[in-house]
Design a binder for this molecule. Structure first.
Ligand code: ADP
Length: 651
C-alpha cells in the first residue's frame, strides 16, 4: 500500500522496541499523579495548552498522562510522536501548516488543530524509544533553549519514573510471594538478626512447635533447640550461625515443641543479605519430618507382628546387593541383624544351604531380567535354630540407576514342610497297605461276578456289580496316589525307548473304543506323519489314557473325540481334541494342580481323583516333554503333549 507523504517511518528495531514497551507494563493503566505532575510542569514551562506522555505501540499512541487533551489515544500513523521516536533529540515542528509532512494531517486540519509540536523521545537507555514527552499548541511557536533543556530533563525523569515504578511493582510481587511462602503450612519460617534473635516467625511455627509466632519475637533461636539433645555442632548456637548458614547445609535436627517434646525437622539456615553486602540476619526454615518418623514407627510395629521378615533387597548394576530395609524378623530367618546386611547382602547368602544357593541366585536373576514376581522355597542354615525351610516372595522394581529393588517377605515354612512330609508318608503307607487287600477284593468280586463260583443269585447281581466297580475305582485312586508319591520322591523309573507314534496312538485308540462306545462318542485316530518319539511306552500310554478318558468322560454323547499327531518345531506333538464343555476360565490356572477338579462338589457327575493331569504333567516333564491345552468355553478342549523326537530308527 502506498504511504502518504506524512506517514511516520518505522524505527530500526521495532520488535525490540515494542517488547521493551510491553515490559514496562504501562499501556492502558490508570493515570498516576507522578506522571501528571511531569506533564503539568512541561506545559507550564513551555507555555503550551497541551502536554502529553505518549507511548507508541504497534497501532496507536496511548497517553499515560495528558494535559489539555480529551482523547486518550490516536492512530499511530497520524501521531507526531511516531515521527519523534525515530530520533534521539527533540523533534520540533514550529508551524505544521508549513510542513509538508503534517499540513494535511487530520490532527492539524481539524481538532485539536495542532500548529506547534515539540516531542522529546523517552529512551529506555537500551536504544529503544518508548514514546515521547511532548508539548503541543494550537498556534505556531518556537521554544527557547531553557524550555528545550527542561523538556529533555523532564523526559529523562519520566523514564526513571517508569523504571522505579516497574521495580516497585516487582518488589510488591516479591513481597506477596514471600508472604505466601512465609505463611505456607507445614513449614516453620523464622527470620533472625545477626545474633540469632528471632525477628519474625511464620504461622507454621504454631502448627509445628506450638508457639504463638508473636511470642517468639525477640527470643533467641536456641529456645527452639532441645536443651541436651542439640544436634547442631557445639553449643551455643549463636557463634555457629555464620558457619552453618554459610555452608547452606540442610540439617536433620530435633526442635523443641512448646510442650517440651522433640519434633524431628529438616532445617535450612541461610544468610539474608543484599547482593554482596554483609548479612543482615538469617532465614531459618524447618520442614516437619514427624510424618516420616511416624511412618517408620508404624512400619516397625506392624513388621514386629509379622511371622517372618519384611524387607527390601537391592541388586546393584555391578552385581553387589544389599537389604536397604529389613525388619527385625531377619534374626528369625537368617540369624542376622538388619544392620549387618544394610550395605552388603553377602552374610545372608552365606547362610543359605549350599544345595539351594544356585536356584536362589538363578531365580533372582530371572526376576531381575523380566521383572517378574520372585518366589522361592529354600533351606537356610540358621546359626541357632539349625536347618530351616523358608519361602520368599517379592515384587521387583527397576530404579533409575539401573538397580533392581524388591519389596517382599520371607517366612519360615519348616513346620509346613514337616507336615507335608508326614502327610505324604502317611498317604504312601496307607496306599501301600490298602493296595494288596483291595486287589484281592476286586479280584474276588471279579471271580464271583464272572460266575467262577457258580451262578450268582439274581437278587445279589446288582449289588455285587456295584461293589466290583467301586473297588476298581478305589484301586485306580490308590494307583494314582502311589504314582504321585513315587514322582515326588523321585523314585519312578523310566524306560525310554524309540516309539513309532502312529502305532502307539492306534493302540491307544483301539483300547479306548469300548469306553467311547459306552459314552456314545466316536473316537477317531487320524494317522499323522511318520514320527518316532523317545519315551517310556507304559508311562506315555498312562498319560494318553488319562487325556482320552477325560475327553470321553466330559464330552456330550454323539460328539467326536480325535487323536492326532503332528511335527511342530522338531517336536512330536500329540493332540486329543474333544467337543466337550471346555475348561472354565477360573479353573485354567489350577488344572494341573493335585486333587483339582472344575466341579469339586459332592454331587459331581463324573468320577476321578483330580490327580490324573498332575501325574500326567510330572510324567511328561520327566520324559523331557511339555503338556498343555487350548480351550474355548462351550467349544471343546485340545490337550496336547510335546515330546522330543527319537532318532528315527523304530524298534
Ligand atoms: P480327574 O480324575 O478328575 O479327571 P484330572 O486331573 O484328569 O482329574 O482332571 C482334572 C479336572 O480337569 C477334571 O475333573 C475336569 O474338571 C477338568 N478336565 C480335564 N480334562 C477335561 C476335558 N477334556 N474337558 C473338560 N474338563 C476337563
Amino acid at each position: 500500500m502506498k504511504k502518504r507523504p506524512g506517514h511516520p517511518p518505522t524505527p530500526a528495531d521495532e520488535p525490540g522496541r515494542l517488547a521493551a514497551l510491553l515490559e514496562f507494563e504501562l499501556l492502558d493503566t490508570p493515570s498516576e499523579q507522578m506522571f501528571d505532575n511531569i506533564t503539568a510542569l512541561a506545559a507550564q514551562i513551555c507555555g503550551t495548552p497541551i502536554a502529553l506522555i505518549s507511548l507508541v505501540d504497534a497501532e496507536r499512541q496511548w497517553f499515560k498522562s495528558r494535559v489539555g487533551l480529551d482523547a486518550s489515544e490516536t492512530p499511530r500513523e497520524l501521531a507526531f510522536c511516531a515521527h519523534a521516536i525515530n530520533g534521539e533529540t527533540l523533534f520540533e515542528v514550529d508551524n505544521t501548516l508549513l510542513d509538508p509532512r503534517f499540513c494535511d494531517n487530520p490532527l492539524v486540519t481539524s481538532a485539536p488543530d495542532i500548529r506547534f509540536y515539540a516531542g522529546m523521545p523517552l529512551s529506555d537507555g537500551q536504544g529503544h524509544n518508548l514514546g515521547t514527552l511532548c508539548v503541543i499548541d494550537r498556534q505556531p511557536r518556537h521554544l527557547n533553549d531553557e524550555q528545550r533543556q527542561a523538556l529533555r530533563l523532564l523526559a529523562e525523569q519520566t523514564v526513571q519514573l517508569f523504571e522505579l515504578r516497574l521495580q516497585a511493582r516487582r518488589q510488591h510481587e516479591q513481597a506477596a510471594l514471600h508472604k505466601a511462602m512465609f505463611r505456607s503450612a507445614g513449614n516453620a519460617v523464622l527470620v533472625t538478626d545477626l545474633d540469632g534473635m528471632i525477628q519474625q516467625a511464620s504461622s507454621g511455627v504454631a502448627t509445628l512447635l506450638g508457639y504463638d509466632p508473636e511470642q517468639l519475637q525477640g527470643q533467641p533461636l536456641e529456645l527452639l533447640l532441645p536443651q541436651n539433645t542439640c544436634q547442631l555442632p557445639d553449643e551455643p548456637l549463636r557463634p555457629q550461625l555464620p558457619t552453618l548458614a554459610g555452608q547452606g547445609q540442610v540439617h536433620e535436627v530435633q526442635l523443641q515443641h512448646h510442650d517440651c517434646h522433640g519434633v524431628p525437622v529438616l532445617m535450612t539456615l541461610a544468610p539474608i543479605s543484599l547482593e554482596a553486602q554483609a548479612p543482615l540476619g538469617y532465614l531459618c526454615i524447618a520442614h516437619d519430618l514427624s510424618y516420616r518418623e511416624e511412618a517408620l514407627q508404624r512400619l516397625q510395629k506392624l513388621a514386629a507382628h509379622l511371622p517372618g521378615v519384611v524387607y527390601q533387597y537391592q541388586l546393584r548394576p555391578d552385581g553387589t546387593s544389599c537389604f536397604p530395609y529389613a525388619s527385625q524378623g531377619l534374626e528369625m530367618i537368617y540369624g542376622l541383624s538388619p544392620a549387618s546386611v544394610k550395605d552388603d547382602a553377602s552374610p545372608a547368602f552365606r547362610v543359605i544351604h549350599p544345595d539351594d544357593l544356585r536356584s536362589v541366585g538363578d531365580s533372582i536373576s530371572v526376576s531381575a531380567s523380566d521383572l517378574s514376581q520372585w518366589q522361592q522355597e529354600y533351606r537356610v542354615l540358621h546359626p541357632s535354630k539349625g536347618l530351616l525351610w523358608v519361602e520368599g516372595k517379592a515384587s521387583p522394581q527397576r530404579k533409575a540407576d539401573g538397580s533392581v529393588l524388591w519389596h517382599g517377605f520371607i517366612t519360615d515354612i519348616s513346620e509346613r514342610k514337616q507336615i507335608d512330609r508326614l502327610k505324604s508318608e502317611f498317604v504312601s503307607t496307607v496306599s501301600h497297605e490298602l493296595r494288596t487287600p483291595l486287589t484281592s477284593i476286586a479280584g474276588s468280586l471279579g471271580l464271583v461276578n464272572g460266575g467262577a463260583l457258580g451262578e450268582v443269585p439274581p437278587a445279589m447281581q446288582g449289588m455285587l456289580k456295584i461293589a466290583e466297580q467301586n473297588s476298581q475305582r478305589l484301586r485306580l485312586l490308590i494307583d494314582d496316589l502311589l504314582d504321585m508319591d513315587k514322582l515326588i520322591a523321585g523314585k519312578m523309573d523310566f524306560d525310554l525307548q524309540q516309539l513309532d507314534l502312529n502305532t502307539l496312538l492306534a493302540e491307544c485308540s483301539a483300547s479306548h473304543q469300548g469306553f467311547a462306545q459306552h459314552h456314545e462318542i466316536t473316537l477317531r485316530h487320524t494317522p499323522g506323519p511318520e514320527i518316532s518319539v523317545l519315551a517310556d511306552p507304559f508311562r506315555l500310554q498312562q498319560v494318553l489314557s488319562n487325556l482320552l478318558s477325560n475327553a470321553l468322560k466330559f464330552s456330550p454323547s454323539q460328539s467326536e473325540v480325535r487323536l492326532h499327531s503332528q511335527l511342530v518345531n522338531q517336536q512330536a506333538r500329540i493332540l486329543v481334541i474333544d467337543q466337550g464343555p471346555g475348561i472354565p476360565a477360573e479353573f485354567i490356572g489350577r488344572i494341573f494342580d493335585k486333587f483339582s477338579q472344575a466341579d469339586a462338589s459332592d454331587g459331581r457327575q463324573k468320577g476321578g481323583s483330580g490327580l490324573g493331569l498332575a501325574i500326567s504333567k510330572a510324567l511328561i516333564e520327566h520324559m523331557g516333554g511339555r503338556i498343555g491345552f487350548d480351550t474355548q468355553q462351550g467349544q471343546g478342549s485340545t490337550f496336547w503333549i510335546e515330546l522330543p523326537q527319537g532318532s528315527g530308527v523304530n524298534p
